[in-house]
Design a protein around this ligand. Structure first.
Ligand code: SF4
Length: 178
């Protein structure tokens, strides 16, 4: 029997959730024995592959995030919102309190460290969406793995439960916010 396929994706997040994934340490070897990791941010594969389980880090902040999320959703049997940004929006939603043009002006022109700047405008660049949203605003999410970031223990619990065909229901010490 072929091994289940797993992928991880990075949208509008800080990569802290993926850093926590690396904290699995030697359990990464166990994971590689039990499943095939087909894609992750370091593979830089442009088209998301068909997989059994995908862990998606980050909120949906721009048009590229949204296009990737929709493709990932089509091609994954189980989509896991990986971390608080994916589950709830979290820190990236702080910009939702301000008008989009004010955010761009502050980020590219008015910052204290900017001598001369302008807001980049190009068809090549993804556009910011009016509001940052969690994954579930746009697509069906099969499981939430909260935490900022989720601990390696919580990630391992979720992966092993999913590979065993169960929906992970974490509790107690697995849900930490530090
Ligand atoms: S949940 Fe926390 S660690 Fe994960 S991407 Fe968001 S800010 Fe970073």
């Amino acid at each position: 029997m072929s091994k289940p396929k797993i992928a991880t994706v990075w949208l509008g997040g800080c990569s802290g959730c993926h850093m926590s994934l690396l904290d699995l340490d030697e359990r990464l070897v166990e994971m590689a024995k039990a499943a095939t990791l087909t894609a992750s941010p370091i593979t830089d594969i442009k088209e998301p592959p068909e997989v059994d389980v995908v862990l998606v880090e980050g909120a949906v902040c721009n048009t590229e995030n949204l296009a990737v999320l929709r493709k990932v959703r089509e091609r994954a049997k189980i989509l896991v919102a990986f971390g608080d940004c994916a589950c709830f929006g979290n820190i990236p939603t702080m910009r939702n309190f301000f008008a989009l043009e004010d955010v761009l002006q502050r980020g590219y022109v008015d910052t204290e460290s900017t001598a001369t700047g302008e807001v980049p405008r190009s068809a090549e660049l993804p556009e910011l969406l009016e509001k940052v949203q969690p994954l579930s605003y746009y697509v069906k999410v099969d499981a939430n793995l909260p935490g900022c970031p989720p601990s390696a223990e919580a990630i391992w619990f979720a992966i092993t439960e999913l590979l065993a065909g169960r929906k992970p229901v974490a509790g107690g010490s697995l849900l930490r916010y530090d």
